[in-house]
Design a protein around this ligand. Sequence first.
Ligand code: M6R
Length: 608
Amino acid sequence: MCGIIGYCGHRPAVPLVVEGLRRLEYRGYDSAGVSFVQAGQLSVIRAEGKLSALEQKLATMHVFSATSGMGHTRWATHGVPVERNAHPHRDHSGRLAIIHNGIIENYEALKAELTAKGCEFRSDTDSEVLVNLIAECLKATGGDVMQALSKALGRAEGAYAIVLMSVDHPGTLWATRVASPLVMGVGTGENFLGSDIPAFLPYTRDVVFLEDGELVRLTASSWEVFRADTLEPVAKTVSRINWDVQAAEKGGYKHFMLKEIFEQPKVIRDCLLGRIDPATSQVRLPELDALPVPERLHIVACGTSFHAGLWGLYLLEKYAKIPVQVEIASEFRYREPILDKSGVVLAISQSGETMDTMAGIKLAKSRGLPVIGLCNVVGSSIARESDYVLYSQAGPEISVASTKAMCSQLAALLLLTLYWGRRKGTMSEDSCAGLVSELQTLPKILEDALPSLRASALRLAKHFAETTSFLFLGRGPNFPLALEGALKLKEISYIHAEGYAAGEMKHGPIALIDPHFPTFAIALDDEFFPKVKSNLVEVQARAGEIVALTNEGLDLHVEHPWLLPRATGPLAAFLTLPALQLFAYEMADYLGKDVDQPRNLAKSVTVE
Ligand code: M6R
Protein backbone atom coordinates (compact mmCIF):
# COMPACT_ATOMS: atom_id res chain seq x y z
CA MET A 1 0.00 0.00 0.00
CA CYS A 2 2.75 2.42 0.91
CA GLY A 3 5.81 3.09 -1.22
CA ILE A 4 9.34 2.28 -0.05
CA ILE A 5 12.75 3.09 -1.51
CA GLY A 6 16.21 2.56 -0.07
CA TYR A 7 19.57 3.50 -1.62
CA CYS A 8 23.26 2.85 -0.90
CA GLY A 9 25.68 4.14 -3.53
CA HIS A 10 27.75 7.01 -4.81
CA ARG A 11 25.08 9.56 -5.78
CA PRO A 12 23.41 12.10 -3.50
CA ALA A 13 20.84 9.84 -1.85
CA VAL A 14 18.10 12.29 -0.90
CA PRO A 15 17.22 13.62 -4.39
CA LEU A 16 17.39 10.07 -5.75
CA VAL A 17 15.09 8.78 -3.01
CA VAL A 18 12.57 11.59 -3.56
CA GLU A 19 12.61 10.96 -7.30
CA GLY A 20 11.98 7.26 -6.57
CA LEU A 21 9.04 8.18 -4.37
CA ARG A 22 7.67 10.27 -7.22
CA ARG A 23 7.65 7.13 -9.40
CA LEU A 24 5.65 5.34 -6.73
CA GLU A 25 3.07 8.13 -6.72
CA TYR A 26 0.48 5.96 -8.49
CA ARG A 27 0.23 4.02 -5.20
CA GLY A 28 -1.34 7.05 -3.53
CA TYR A 29 -0.15 9.46 -0.86
CA ASP A 30 -1.10 11.02 2.40
CA SER A 31 2.36 11.79 3.74
CA ALA A 32 5.97 11.14 2.89
CA GLY A 33 9.40 11.21 4.49
CA VAL A 34 13.09 10.49 4.04
CA SER A 35 15.99 9.71 6.31
CA PHE A 36 19.75 9.81 5.82
CA VAL A 37 22.96 10.13 7.80
CA GLN A 38 24.91 13.32 7.22
CA ALA A 39 27.76 14.77 9.31
CA GLY A 40 27.26 12.02 11.90
CA GLN A 41 23.57 12.89 12.37
CA LEU A 42 20.58 10.69 11.56
CA SER A 43 18.08 13.07 9.98
CA VAL A 44 14.40 12.36 9.43
CA ILE A 45 12.40 14.83 7.32
CA ARG A 46 8.67 14.24 6.89
CA ALA A 47 5.66 16.11 5.60
CA GLU A 48 1.93 15.56 5.54
CA GLY A 49 0.17 15.56 2.17
CA LYS A 50 1.53 15.14 -1.31
CA LEU A 51 5.18 14.58 -2.11
CA SER A 52 5.54 18.22 -3.16
CA ALA A 53 5.12 19.20 0.51
CA LEU A 54 8.17 17.11 1.40
CA GLU A 55 10.09 18.53 -1.57
CA GLN A 56 9.35 22.06 -0.41
CA LYS A 57 10.74 21.27 3.03
CA LEU A 58 13.87 19.67 1.61
CA ALA A 59 14.45 22.60 -0.77
CA THR A 60 15.37 24.77 2.21
CA MET A 61 17.94 22.28 3.55
CA HIS A 62 21.39 21.11 2.55
CA VAL A 63 20.90 17.41 1.92
CA PHE A 64 23.36 16.55 -0.82
CA SER A 65 26.28 14.85 0.89
CA ALA A 66 24.57 11.66 2.13
CA THR A 67 25.05 8.79 -0.31
CA SER A 68 22.67 6.41 1.38
CA GLY A 69 19.16 6.96 2.57
CA MET A 70 15.61 5.75 2.48
CA GLY A 71 12.16 7.15 1.81
CA HIS A 72 8.54 6.27 2.32
CA THR A 73 5.17 7.40 1.07
CA ARG A 74 2.32 6.54 3.35
CA TRP A 75 -1.14 5.55 2.20
CA ALA A 76 -2.67 5.10 5.60
CA THR A 77 -4.60 1.95 6.37
CA HIS A 78 -5.57 3.22 9.81
CA GLY A 79 -4.50 6.11 12.01
CA VAL A 80 -4.82 9.70 10.93
CA PRO A 81 -2.61 10.84 8.07
CA VAL A 82 -0.54 13.49 9.92
CA GLU A 83 3.17 14.26 10.05
CA ARG A 84 3.86 12.56 13.37
CA ASN A 85 2.52 9.27 11.92
CA ALA A 86 4.53 9.65 8.70
CA HIS A 87 7.60 7.47 8.16
CA PRO A 88 10.53 7.14 8.81
CA HIS A 89 10.22 6.65 12.56
CA ARG A 90 13.17 6.90 14.94
CA ASP A 91 13.68 4.96 18.14
CA HIS A 92 13.66 7.09 21.29
CA SER A 93 17.48 7.34 21.35
CA GLY A 94 17.42 8.68 17.79
CA ARG A 95 20.10 6.21 16.60
CA LEU A 96 17.87 3.99 14.45
CA ALA A 97 15.25 4.85 11.83
CA ILE A 98 12.74 2.56 10.18
CA ILE A 99 10.31 2.62 7.29
CA HIS A 100 7.60 0.01 7.37
CA ASN A 101 4.68 -1.18 5.26
CA GLY A 102 2.14 -3.47 6.87
CA ILE A 103 0.77 -3.99 10.36
CA ILE A 104 2.43 -5.33 13.50
CA GLU A 105 -0.57 -7.05 15.02
CA ASN A 106 0.74 -7.40 18.58
CA TYR A 107 2.09 -3.85 18.78
CA GLU A 108 -0.10 -2.91 21.73
CA ALA A 109 1.41 -5.59 23.96
CA LEU A 110 4.93 -4.69 22.78
CA LYS A 111 4.25 -1.00 23.35
CA ALA A 112 3.08 -1.63 26.92
CA GLU A 113 6.24 -3.63 27.60
CA LEU A 114 8.51 -0.93 26.16
CA THR A 115 6.62 1.85 27.96
CA ALA A 116 7.19 0.03 31.24
CA LYS A 117 10.91 0.14 30.45
CA GLY A 118 10.73 3.92 30.07
CA CYS A 119 10.33 4.23 26.32
CA GLU A 120 8.30 7.24 25.16
CA PHE A 121 6.37 7.29 21.90
CA ARG A 122 5.74 10.25 19.62
CA SER A 123 3.35 8.67 17.10
CA ASP A 124 0.33 6.36 17.09
CA THR A 125 2.06 3.85 14.84
CA ASP A 126 3.02 0.24 15.26
CA SER A 127 6.19 1.09 13.27
CA GLU A 128 7.55 3.28 16.05
CA VAL A 129 6.98 0.38 18.45
CA LEU A 130 8.97 -1.90 16.17
CA VAL A 131 11.97 0.42 15.88
CA ASN A 132 12.06 0.78 19.65
CA LEU A 133 11.86 -2.97 20.05
CA ILE A 134 14.86 -3.29 17.72
CA ALA A 135 16.70 -0.65 19.79
CA GLU A 136 15.90 -2.63 22.94
CA CYS A 137 17.25 -5.82 21.33
CA LEU A 138 20.37 -3.92 20.27
CA LYS A 139 21.35 -3.64 23.94
CA ALA A 140 21.43 -7.44 24.18
CA THR A 141 23.35 -7.98 20.93
CA GLY A 142 26.23 -5.64 21.76
CA GLY A 143 25.27 -3.25 18.97
CA ASP A 144 24.92 -5.87 16.22
CA VAL A 145 22.04 -4.39 14.20
CA MET A 146 21.30 -7.48 12.15
CA GLN A 147 21.03 -9.71 15.20
CA ALA A 148 18.88 -7.14 16.94
CA LEU A 149 16.57 -6.92 13.93
CA SER A 150 16.30 -10.71 13.78
CA LYS A 151 15.53 -10.92 17.51
CA ALA A 152 12.89 -8.19 17.32
CA LEU A 153 11.21 -9.80 14.31
CA GLY A 154 10.98 -13.01 16.28
CA ARG A 155 8.60 -11.16 18.59
CA ALA A 156 6.61 -9.22 15.99
CA GLU A 157 3.45 -10.74 14.58
CA GLY A 158 1.87 -9.52 11.37
CA ALA A 159 2.85 -8.47 7.89
CA TYR A 160 5.64 -6.11 7.00
CA ALA A 161 8.25 -4.82 4.63
CA ILE A 162 10.90 -2.95 6.59
CA VAL A 163 14.02 -0.93 5.85
CA LEU A 164 16.23 0.00 8.78
CA MET A 165 19.19 2.37 9.10
CA SER A 166 21.55 3.23 11.94
CA VAL A 167 23.59 6.34 12.64
CA ASP A 168 26.46 4.05 13.58
CA HIS A 169 26.59 2.44 10.11
CA PRO A 170 25.86 5.29 7.69
CA GLY A 171 26.47 3.30 4.49
CA THR A 172 24.36 0.24 5.34
CA LEU A 173 20.66 -0.60 5.11
CA TRP A 174 18.91 -3.71 6.45
CA ALA A 175 15.60 -4.84 5.05
CA THR A 176 13.17 -7.70 5.43
CA ARG A 177 9.65 -8.73 4.50
CA VAL A 178 6.71 -10.94 5.42
CA ALA A 179 3.58 -10.81 3.25
CA SER A 180 4.39 -7.34 1.95
CA PRO A 181 6.33 -6.65 -1.25
CA LEU A 182 10.05 -5.79 -1.22
CA VAL A 183 12.52 -6.09 -4.06
CA MET A 184 16.21 -5.28 -4.35
CA GLY A 185 17.85 -3.57 -7.32
CA VAL A 186 21.49 -4.43 -8.05
CA GLY A 187 23.63 -1.75 -9.66
CA THR A 188 27.35 -1.04 -10.12
CA GLY A 189 28.70 0.62 -7.01
CA GLU A 190 25.10 1.17 -5.88
CA ASN A 191 22.22 -0.97 -4.68
CA PHE A 192 18.54 -0.27 -4.15
CA LEU A 193 15.47 -1.43 -2.28
CA GLY A 194 11.92 -0.79 -3.35
CA SER A 195 8.39 -1.82 -2.60
CA ASP A 196 8.01 -1.92 -6.38
CA ILE A 197 10.46 -2.00 -9.26
CA PRO A 198 9.59 1.52 -10.61
CA ALA A 199 11.27 2.93 -7.51
CA PHE A 200 14.71 2.27 -9.03
CA LEU A 201 14.00 1.35 -12.66
CA PRO A 202 15.98 4.25 -14.25
CA TYR A 203 19.14 2.96 -12.53
CA THR A 204 19.01 -0.80 -12.88
CA ARG A 205 17.01 -3.64 -14.37
CA ASP A 206 18.82 -6.31 -12.35
CA VAL A 207 16.61 -7.31 -9.46
CA VAL A 208 16.50 -9.79 -6.62
CA PHE A 209 13.01 -10.72 -5.45
CA LEU A 210 13.04 -11.19 -1.69
CA GLU A 211 10.88 -13.93 -0.21
CA ASP A 212 8.97 -13.90 3.06
CA GLY A 213 11.28 -14.25 6.04
CA GLU A 214 14.43 -13.14 4.21
CA LEU A 215 16.64 -10.35 5.45
CA VAL A 216 19.08 -8.36 3.33
CA ARG A 217 22.13 -6.32 4.32
CA LEU A 218 22.93 -3.74 1.69
CA THR A 219 25.87 -1.42 1.09
CA ALA A 220 27.01 0.43 -2.05
CA SER A 221 29.25 -2.45 -3.07
CA SER A 222 27.61 -5.50 -1.53
CA TRP A 223 24.37 -7.25 -0.79
CA GLU A 224 23.82 -10.39 1.24
CA VAL A 225 20.60 -12.24 1.98
CA PHE A 226 19.97 -14.24 5.17
CA ARG A 227 17.09 -16.06 6.81
CA ALA A 228 15.65 -13.53 9.21
CA ASP A 229 15.17 -16.05 12.03
CA THR A 230 18.49 -17.94 11.99
CA LEU A 231 20.64 -15.50 10.02
CA GLU A 232 21.87 -18.34 7.84
CA PRO A 233 22.93 -17.07 4.40
CA VAL A 234 20.49 -17.63 1.51
CA ALA A 235 21.69 -17.95 -2.11
CA LYS A 236 19.69 -15.69 -4.43
CA THR A 237 19.71 -15.16 -8.17
CA VAL A 238 19.63 -11.84 -9.94
CA SER A 239 16.90 -11.57 -12.59
CA ARG A 240 16.94 -9.08 -15.45
CA ILE A 241 13.57 -7.49 -16.09
CA ASN A 242 12.58 -5.97 -19.40
CA TRP A 243 9.57 -3.98 -18.28
CA ASP A 244 9.17 -0.35 -19.23
CA VAL A 245 8.09 2.10 -16.54
CA GLN A 246 4.39 1.65 -17.29
CA ALA A 247 4.59 -2.13 -17.18
CA ALA A 248 6.55 -1.90 -13.96
CA GLU A 249 3.87 0.24 -12.33
CA LYS A 250 1.41 -2.45 -13.25
CA GLY A 251 3.68 -5.09 -11.72
CA GLY A 252 4.14 -6.62 -15.17
CA TYR A 253 0.38 -7.00 -15.74
CA LYS A 254 -1.12 -5.58 -18.91
CA HIS A 255 -3.64 -3.45 -17.01
CA PHE A 256 -4.16 -2.16 -13.49
CA MET A 257 -7.51 -3.95 -13.46
CA LEU A 258 -5.83 -7.30 -14.00
CA LYS A 259 -3.21 -6.52 -11.37
CA GLU A 260 -5.92 -5.54 -8.92
CA ILE A 261 -7.92 -8.72 -9.60
CA PHE A 262 -4.79 -10.75 -8.92
CA GLU A 263 -4.13 -8.78 -5.71
CA GLN A 264 -7.32 -10.08 -4.12
CA PRO A 265 -5.74 -12.90 -2.10
CA LYS A 266 -3.58 -10.23 -0.45
CA VAL A 267 -6.57 -7.94 -0.04
CA ILE A 268 -8.37 -10.62 1.99
CA ARG A 269 -5.27 -11.11 4.14
CA ASP A 270 -4.84 -7.36 4.64
CA CYS A 271 -8.47 -6.85 5.58
CA LEU A 272 -8.07 -9.46 8.32
CA LEU A 273 -4.81 -8.01 9.63
CA GLY A 274 -5.11 -6.97 13.25
CA ARG A 275 -8.80 -7.91 13.30
CA ILE A 276 -8.66 -11.54 14.39
CA ASP A 277 -7.77 -12.54 17.92
CA PRO A 278 -5.03 -15.14 17.35
CA ALA A 279 -5.95 -17.06 20.49
CA THR A 280 -9.70 -17.34 19.96
CA SER A 281 -10.18 -16.66 16.21
CA GLN A 282 -12.84 -14.11 17.15
CA VAL A 283 -13.25 -10.83 15.28
CA ARG A 284 -12.04 -7.58 16.90
CA LEU A 285 -13.27 -4.26 15.55
CA PRO A 286 -12.30 -1.84 18.32
CA GLU A 287 -13.29 1.12 16.12
CA LEU A 288 -16.94 0.05 16.64
CA ASP A 289 -16.86 -1.04 20.28
CA ALA A 290 -18.46 2.19 21.50
CA LEU A 291 -21.47 1.78 19.18
CA PRO A 292 -24.31 -0.46 20.40
CA VAL A 293 -25.26 -3.27 17.98
CA PRO A 294 -27.78 -1.63 15.61
CA GLU A 295 -31.42 -2.62 15.92
CA ARG A 296 -31.80 -1.78 12.24
CA LEU A 297 -29.20 -1.05 9.59
CA HIS A 298 -29.55 1.14 6.50
CA ILE A 299 -26.78 0.50 4.01
CA VAL A 300 -26.28 3.38 1.58
CA ALA A 301 -23.95 3.15 -1.43
CA CYS A 302 -23.57 3.39 -5.21
CA GLY A 303 -22.45 1.06 -7.99
CA THR A 304 -20.17 -1.76 -6.97
CA SER A 305 -20.25 -0.63 -3.34
CA PHE A 306 -24.06 -0.93 -3.48
CA HIS A 307 -23.69 -4.52 -4.68
CA ALA A 308 -21.33 -5.23 -1.80
CA GLY A 309 -23.94 -3.77 0.57
CA LEU A 310 -26.64 -5.98 -0.91
CA TRP A 311 -24.43 -9.00 -0.36
CA GLY A 312 -23.92 -7.85 3.24
CA LEU A 313 -27.69 -7.81 3.76
CA TYR A 314 -27.88 -11.59 3.27
CA LEU A 315 -25.17 -12.18 5.85
CA LEU A 316 -26.23 -9.62 8.44
CA GLU A 317 -29.80 -10.89 8.42
CA LYS A 318 -28.90 -14.57 8.43
CA TYR A 319 -26.10 -14.60 11.00
CA ALA A 320 -26.41 -11.42 13.07
CA LYS A 321 -30.22 -11.23 12.85
CA ILE A 322 -30.12 -7.51 12.15
CA PRO A 323 -32.88 -6.12 9.89
CA VAL A 324 -31.16 -4.47 6.94
CA GLN A 325 -32.27 -2.19 4.11
CA VAL A 326 -29.89 -1.46 1.27
CA GLU A 327 -30.37 1.82 -0.49
CA ILE A 328 -29.01 3.26 -3.74
CA ALA A 329 -27.63 6.52 -2.38
CA SER A 330 -29.00 8.68 -5.20
CA GLU A 331 -32.51 7.40 -4.41
CA PHE A 332 -32.18 7.44 -0.65
CA ARG A 333 -31.13 11.08 -0.51
CA TYR A 334 -34.28 12.27 -2.30
CA ARG A 335 -36.79 9.94 -0.64
CA GLU A 336 -38.40 10.64 2.64
CA PRO A 337 -37.10 7.54 4.36
CA ILE A 338 -38.54 6.51 7.71
CA LEU A 339 -35.43 6.54 9.86
CA ASP A 340 -36.00 5.41 13.41
CA LYS A 341 -33.43 6.61 15.99
CA SER A 342 -32.60 2.99 16.83
CA GLY A 343 -31.20 2.62 13.32
CA VAL A 344 -27.63 3.02 12.10
CA VAL A 345 -26.47 3.99 8.62
CA LEU A 346 -23.59 2.14 7.01
CA ALA A 347 -22.19 4.11 4.06
CA ILE A 348 -19.98 2.04 1.76
CA SER A 349 -17.57 3.76 -0.58
CA GLN A 350 -14.21 2.83 -2.03
CA SER A 351 -13.18 6.40 -2.79
CA GLY A 352 -14.96 7.96 0.17
CA GLU A 353 -15.82 10.86 -2.15
CA THR A 354 -19.04 9.78 -3.91
CA MET A 355 -21.38 12.74 -3.76
CA ASP A 356 -24.66 10.79 -3.54
CA THR A 357 -23.36 8.61 -0.72
CA MET A 358 -22.13 11.70 1.08
CA ALA A 359 -25.58 13.29 0.71
CA GLY A 360 -27.13 10.12 2.15
CA ILE A 361 -24.85 10.43 5.18
CA LYS A 362 -25.86 14.06 5.69
CA LEU A 363 -29.53 13.12 5.52
CA ALA A 364 -29.04 10.35 8.10
CA LYS A 365 -27.11 12.66 10.40
CA SER A 366 -29.75 15.35 10.16
CA ARG A 367 -32.22 12.74 11.46
CA GLY A 368 -29.91 11.91 14.36
CA LEU A 369 -28.71 8.50 13.18
CA PRO A 370 -25.11 7.44 13.76
CA VAL A 371 -23.14 6.74 10.59
CA ILE A 372 -20.46 4.14 10.01
CA GLY A 373 -18.31 4.72 6.94
CA LEU A 374 -16.85 1.63 5.28
CA CYS A 375 -14.20 3.29 3.10
CA ASN A 376 -10.99 2.36 1.40
CA VAL A 377 -9.36 5.79 1.21
CA VAL A 378 -8.19 6.92 4.62
CA GLY A 379 -9.06 10.50 5.50
CA SER A 380 -11.54 10.76 2.59
CA SER A 381 -14.59 13.03 2.89
CA ILE A 382 -16.96 10.17 3.81
CA ALA A 383 -14.49 8.84 6.38
CA ARG A 384 -14.28 12.31 7.93
CA GLU A 385 -18.03 12.86 7.90
CA SER A 386 -18.84 9.47 9.48
CA ASP A 387 -19.13 8.97 13.24
CA TYR A 388 -17.34 5.62 13.05
CA VAL A 389 -14.99 4.40 10.32
CA LEU A 390 -14.09 0.91 9.26
CA TYR A 391 -11.36 0.85 6.63
CA SER A 392 -11.47 -1.87 4.03
CA GLN A 393 -7.66 -1.85 3.69
CA ALA A 394 -7.53 -2.79 0.00
CA GLY A 395 -4.76 -0.35 -0.95
CA PRO A 396 -5.03 2.16 -3.79
CA GLU A 397 -7.35 1.05 -6.56
CA ILE A 398 -6.35 2.65 -9.84
CA SER A 399 -8.49 0.98 -12.49
CA VAL A 400 -11.82 2.76 -12.87
CA ALA A 401 -13.64 -0.57 -12.69
CA SER A 402 -13.69 -1.49 -9.04
CA THR A 403 -12.50 -5.03 -8.30
CA LYS A 404 -10.28 -5.51 -5.28
CA ALA A 405 -12.16 -2.81 -3.37
CA MET A 406 -15.33 -4.90 -3.59
CA CYS A 407 -13.44 -7.95 -2.37
CA SER A 408 -12.27 -5.95 0.66
CA GLN A 409 -15.80 -4.64 1.26
CA LEU A 410 -17.13 -8.21 1.28
CA ALA A 411 -14.41 -9.24 3.72
CA ALA A 412 -15.18 -6.26 5.96
CA LEU A 413 -18.93 -6.98 5.83
CA LEU A 414 -18.29 -10.57 6.78
CA LEU A 415 -16.15 -9.45 9.73
CA LEU A 416 -18.85 -6.97 10.73
CA THR A 417 -21.47 -9.74 10.65
CA LEU A 418 -19.38 -12.01 12.86
CA TYR A 419 -18.51 -9.15 15.20
CA TRP A 420 -22.13 -8.06 15.68
CA GLY A 421 -23.35 -11.67 15.64
CA ARG A 422 -21.12 -12.45 18.61
CA ARG A 423 -21.98 -9.26 20.47
CA LYS A 424 -25.66 -9.91 19.98
CA GLY A 425 -25.30 -13.58 20.83
CA THR A 426 -26.82 -14.83 17.60
CA MET A 427 -23.62 -16.67 16.70
CA SER A 428 -21.63 -19.07 18.80
CA GLU A 429 -17.91 -18.67 19.36
CA ASP A 430 -17.37 -21.92 17.47
CA SER A 431 -19.35 -20.96 14.38
CA CYS A 432 -17.49 -17.62 14.20
CA ALA A 433 -14.12 -19.27 14.65
CA GLY A 434 -15.03 -21.81 11.96
CA LEU A 435 -15.85 -19.13 9.38
CA VAL A 436 -12.78 -17.11 10.35
CA SER A 437 -10.41 -20.01 9.93
CA GLU A 438 -11.92 -20.88 6.57
CA LEU A 439 -11.63 -17.24 5.54
CA GLN A 440 -7.96 -17.39 6.49
CA THR A 441 -7.40 -20.30 4.13
CA LEU A 442 -9.16 -18.60 1.22
CA PRO A 443 -6.29 -16.37 0.00
CA LYS A 444 -4.15 -19.40 -0.80
CA ILE A 445 -7.05 -21.21 -2.52
CA LEU A 446 -7.78 -18.10 -4.59
CA GLU A 447 -4.09 -17.54 -5.39
CA ASP A 448 -3.86 -21.10 -6.76
CA ALA A 449 -7.12 -20.77 -8.69
CA LEU A 450 -6.57 -17.36 -10.35
CA PRO A 451 -4.37 -18.45 -13.30
CA SER A 452 -6.81 -21.14 -14.42
CA LEU A 453 -9.80 -18.84 -13.83
CA ARG A 454 -8.13 -16.37 -16.14
CA ALA A 455 -7.52 -19.02 -18.80
CA SER A 456 -11.20 -20.06 -18.67
CA ALA A 457 -12.29 -16.42 -18.86
CA LEU A 458 -10.21 -15.88 -21.97
CA ARG A 459 -11.62 -19.03 -23.61
CA LEU A 460 -15.15 -17.83 -22.93
CA ALA A 461 -14.35 -14.30 -24.08
CA LYS A 462 -13.21 -15.62 -27.45
CA HIS A 463 -16.32 -17.75 -27.77
CA PHE A 464 -18.70 -14.88 -26.91
CA ALA A 465 -16.80 -12.08 -28.65
CA GLU A 466 -19.72 -11.26 -30.93
CA THR A 467 -22.45 -11.44 -28.32
CA THR A 468 -24.29 -8.19 -27.75
CA SER A 469 -26.31 -9.01 -24.64
CA PHE A 470 -26.01 -11.19 -21.54
CA LEU A 471 -28.28 -12.17 -18.68
CA PHE A 472 -26.53 -12.73 -15.32
CA LEU A 473 -28.46 -14.83 -12.79
CA GLY A 474 -27.95 -15.68 -9.14
CA ARG A 475 -30.02 -16.38 -6.03
CA GLY A 476 -29.53 -15.42 -2.42
CA PRO A 477 -26.10 -13.82 -1.83
CA ASN A 478 -25.22 -14.71 -5.42
CA PHE A 479 -27.86 -12.30 -6.71
CA PRO A 480 -25.76 -9.19 -5.87
CA LEU A 481 -22.79 -10.93 -7.49
CA ALA A 482 -24.87 -11.45 -10.64
CA LEU A 483 -25.58 -7.70 -10.60
CA GLU A 484 -21.88 -7.01 -10.20
CA GLY A 485 -20.93 -9.42 -13.01
CA ALA A 486 -23.31 -7.56 -15.33
CA LEU A 487 -22.04 -4.14 -14.21
CA LYS A 488 -18.40 -5.11 -14.79
CA LEU A 489 -19.15 -6.40 -18.27
CA LYS A 490 -21.15 -3.28 -19.18
CA GLU A 491 -18.67 -0.75 -17.93
CA ILE A 492 -15.50 -2.04 -19.53
CA SER A 493 -16.62 -4.00 -22.62
CA TYR A 494 -19.73 -1.90 -23.42
CA ILE A 495 -21.71 -5.10 -23.91
CA HIS A 496 -25.25 -4.89 -22.63
CA ALA A 497 -25.85 -7.09 -19.59
CA GLU A 498 -28.68 -7.49 -17.09
CA GLY A 499 -28.23 -8.85 -13.61
CA TYR A 500 -31.31 -10.59 -12.24
CA ALA A 501 -32.43 -12.63 -9.28
CA ALA A 502 -32.73 -16.07 -10.88
CA GLY A 503 -36.27 -16.55 -9.57
CA GLU A 504 -37.39 -13.26 -11.13
CA MET A 505 -36.41 -14.34 -14.61
CA LYS A 506 -39.74 -16.00 -15.34
CA HIS A 507 -41.49 -12.71 -14.56
CA GLY A 508 -40.20 -10.98 -17.66
CA PRO A 509 -36.61 -11.43 -18.91
CA ILE A 510 -37.35 -14.99 -20.01
CA ALA A 511 -39.06 -13.42 -23.03
CA LEU A 512 -35.62 -12.31 -24.24
CA ILE A 513 -34.07 -15.77 -24.23
CA ASP A 514 -33.11 -17.13 -27.64
CA PRO A 515 -29.96 -18.77 -29.08
CA HIS A 516 -28.27 -15.35 -29.35
CA PHE A 517 -28.94 -14.17 -25.81
CA PRO A 518 -26.69 -16.17 -23.44
CA THR A 519 -27.19 -16.57 -19.71
CA PHE A 520 -24.34 -16.39 -17.22
CA ALA A 521 -25.46 -18.19 -14.07
CA ILE A 522 -24.04 -18.66 -10.60
CA ALA A 523 -25.05 -22.21 -9.71
CA LEU A 524 -22.91 -23.30 -6.79
CA ASP A 525 -23.21 -26.17 -4.36
CA ASP A 526 -25.43 -24.36 -1.85
CA GLU A 527 -29.05 -24.38 -0.69
CA PHE A 528 -30.12 -22.42 -3.78
CA PHE A 529 -28.74 -24.91 -6.30
CA PRO A 530 -31.94 -26.91 -7.03
CA LYS A 531 -33.89 -23.69 -7.69
CA VAL A 532 -31.17 -22.16 -9.88
CA LYS A 533 -30.93 -25.42 -11.78
CA SER A 534 -34.65 -25.37 -12.56
CA ASN A 535 -34.34 -21.75 -13.75
CA LEU A 536 -31.58 -22.87 -16.08
CA VAL A 537 -33.72 -25.68 -17.43
CA GLU A 538 -36.23 -22.97 -18.36
CA VAL A 539 -33.45 -21.14 -20.26
CA GLN A 540 -32.47 -24.34 -22.05
CA ALA A 541 -36.08 -24.97 -23.05
CA ARG A 542 -35.82 -21.72 -25.03
CA ALA A 543 -32.51 -22.70 -26.66
CA GLY A 544 -30.54 -20.23 -24.55
CA GLU A 545 -26.78 -20.86 -24.23
CA ILE A 546 -25.50 -21.07 -20.63
CA VAL A 547 -22.25 -20.38 -18.82
CA ALA A 548 -22.48 -21.53 -15.21
CA LEU A 549 -20.05 -20.87 -12.40
CA THR A 550 -20.47 -24.11 -10.52
CA ASN A 551 -18.75 -26.78 -8.46
CA GLU A 552 -17.51 -30.20 -9.45
CA GLY A 553 -19.91 -33.12 -9.01
CA LEU A 554 -23.16 -31.17 -9.29
CA ASP A 555 -25.85 -32.54 -11.54
CA LEU A 556 -25.89 -29.65 -14.00
CA HIS A 557 -25.72 -29.98 -17.76
CA VAL A 558 -24.89 -26.71 -19.52
CA GLU A 559 -22.75 -25.80 -22.54
CA HIS A 560 -20.07 -24.00 -20.50
CA PRO A 561 -19.69 -25.28 -16.93
CA TRP A 562 -16.99 -23.18 -15.21
CA LEU A 563 -15.74 -24.99 -12.12
CA LEU A 564 -14.79 -23.11 -8.95
CA PRO A 565 -13.14 -24.55 -5.84
CA ARG A 566 -15.71 -25.26 -3.09
CA ALA A 567 -16.11 -22.87 -0.16
CA THR A 568 -18.60 -22.76 2.70
CA GLY A 569 -21.71 -20.56 2.33
CA PRO A 570 -20.87 -16.86 2.01
CA LEU A 571 -17.17 -17.55 1.50
CA ALA A 572 -17.86 -18.78 -2.03
CA ALA A 573 -18.25 -15.10 -3.01
CA PHE A 574 -14.49 -14.62 -2.73
CA LEU A 575 -14.02 -17.11 -5.58
CA THR A 576 -17.10 -16.23 -7.64
CA LEU A 577 -16.34 -12.50 -7.72
CA PRO A 578 -12.85 -12.79 -9.31
CA ALA A 579 -14.24 -15.16 -11.95
CA LEU A 580 -16.92 -12.62 -12.91
CA GLN A 581 -14.33 -9.84 -12.95
CA LEU A 582 -11.97 -11.89 -15.11
CA PHE A 583 -14.72 -12.67 -17.60
CA ALA A 584 -15.46 -8.95 -17.99
CA TYR A 585 -11.75 -8.17 -18.18
CA GLU A 586 -10.97 -10.74 -20.85
CA MET A 587 -14.02 -9.74 -22.91
CA ALA A 588 -12.98 -6.08 -22.83
CA ASP A 589 -9.34 -6.80 -23.56
CA TYR A 590 -10.18 -9.22 -26.37
CA LEU A 591 -12.41 -6.57 -27.92
CA GLY A 592 -9.61 -4.02 -27.61
CA LYS A 593 -11.36 -1.69 -25.17
CA ASP A 594 -9.63 0.76 -22.87
CA VAL A 595 -9.85 -1.48 -19.82
CA ASP A 596 -8.49 0.83 -17.14
CA GLN A 597 -10.21 3.98 -18.33
CA PRO A 598 -13.53 3.05 -19.89
CA ARG A 599 -15.35 5.77 -21.78
CA ASN A 600 -17.64 8.15 -19.89
CA LEU A 601 -16.61 6.90 -16.44
CA ALA A 602 -14.62 8.44 -13.60
CA LYS A 603 -12.99 6.78 -10.63
CA SER A 604 -14.79 8.91 -8.10
CA VAL A 605 -18.14 10.38 -8.92
CA THR A 606 -18.26 13.72 -7.15
CA VAL A 607 -21.12 15.12 -9.21
CA GLU A 608 -24.82 14.32 -9.28
O1 M6R B 1 -16.01 5.11 -4.56
P1 M6R B 1 -17.36 4.47 -4.45
O2 M6R B 1 -17.30 3.07 -3.95
O3 M6R B 1 -18.33 5.27 -3.64
O4 M6R B 1 -17.91 4.43 -5.93
C1 M6R B 1 -19.19 3.98 -6.22
C2 M6R B 1 -19.35 3.76 -7.70
O5 M6R B 1 -19.17 4.95 -8.40
C3 M6R B 1 -18.37 2.72 -8.24
O6 M6R B 1 -18.47 1.51 -7.55
C4 M6R B 1 -18.61 2.48 -9.72
O7 M6R B 1 -19.82 1.81 -9.91
C5 M6R B 1 -17.45 1.71 -10.34
N1 M6R B 1 -17.16 2.20 -11.64
C6 M6R B 1 -17.71 0.25 -10.44
O8 M6R B 1 -16.70 -0.44 -11.08
